[in-house]
Design a protein around this ligand. Structure first.
Ligand code: AP5
Ligand code: MG
Ligand code: ZN
Length: 258
């Protein structure tokens, strides 16, 4: 199994030595194209906590044709959700890496009520009851964008297969057409960014992921942010929420409580 290769490529142990404050779990919810990946990268740079994108992890397995990748590639290509137990296993593996000790951004997870319930107990047992964190309750941020704008964003998206940078031919083009600014790699269009698959992904979000937002809303955990602003303005709104609610360490010296 190519887990080690996947791990190396995704930088699982980078920044493990940073002595910075504990942020805890941050969940970014939102439909395809809302800007979860774009914002996760900025939060990562700001707090030095890793982005845990289930979409990126799954695509990496597909790229490397691991047994898991082979199993899920047709599901992703259709725009449907990968079965809960497979996604939860990947997330568990990723959150147990040492660079996740101060916190992490979950980009695209949880996406079903089962995943949300699984996450609650995982965080409780692995981070709270072990004494690492003062709370296991995530900060849940929903990025909201109008349906028609989502279509334009997704069809204009280009990504770098080397560094994962996200561009948009309309709103955030690279300096040289179709080439990554950071490393000169030719940009690609994601396989599931085809018109018929985009609609299926948007429908799947309505049916299966909207109830997750309602679940967190009932718990008083949900913050909704207008994603129809500049990338900088969306980032500023997200950082403000995180600064106000970060969970702190179990000793209480940094904790703000939840
Ligand atoms: P995943 O990779 O998570 O895709 P997604 O949820 O469909 O979201 P996207 O990555 O398309 O959008 P984004 O919100 O990250 O937007 P981005 O920042 O790129 O999942 C893919 C598949 O994997 C799923 O369909 C499923 O099969 C499987 N999967 C993943 N997680 C799973 C789970 N938990 N359970 C089961 N299956 C799972 O931005 C989009 C574009 O807009 C970019 O071009 C960007 O430059 C631009 N943009 C961003 N912000 C702005 C702004 N403020 N103004 C203008 N343009 C902007
Ligand atoms: Mg994404
Ligand atoms: Zn790149």
């Amino acid at each position: 199994m190519a887990v080690t290769l996947v791990q190396e490529r995704l930088g699982a142990s980078s920044m493990a030595e940073q002595v910075l404050r504990t942020i805890g779990p941050v969940v970014l919810l939102g439909p395809p194209g809302a800007g979860k990946g774009t914002q996760s990268k900025r939060i990562t740079e700001h707090y030095h906590i890793p982005q845990v994108s289930t979409g990126d992890l799954l695509r990496e397995h597909v790229r490397q044709q691991t047994p898991l990748g082979i199993e899920v590639q047709a599901i992703i290509a259709r725009g449907e959700l990968v079965p809960d137990h497979l996604v939860c296993d990947i997330v568990a593996w990723r959150l147990r890496q040492p660079d996740a000790d101060r916190g992490f951004i979950l980009d695209g997870f949880p996406r079903t009520q089962k995943q949300a319930a699984w996450l609650d107990s995982f965080l409780k047992f692995e981070f709270f009851e072990t004494g690492k964190w003062a709370s296991w309750l995530p900060i849940v941020i929903r990025i909201q964008v109008d349906y028609n704008k989502l279509l334009l964003r997704i069809t204009g998206r280009r990504t770098c297969p080397t560094c994962g940078a996200i561009y948009n031919v309309h709103s955030n083009p690279p300096l040289v057409d179709e080439i990554c600014d950071k490393d000169g790699t030719k940009l690609v269009i994601r396989d599931d960014d085809r018109d018929e698959v985009i609609r299926e992904r948007l429908d799947t979000y309505e049916r299966q992921t909207k109830p997750v937002a309602e679940y967190y809303d009932k718990l008083g955990r949900l913050v909704t942010i207008n994603g129809d602003q500049s990338v900088d303005d969306v980032s500023a709104a997200i950082l403000k929420e995180i600064d106000g609610r970060a969970c702190g360490v179990a000793s209480g010296t940094e904790a703000k409580g939840n």
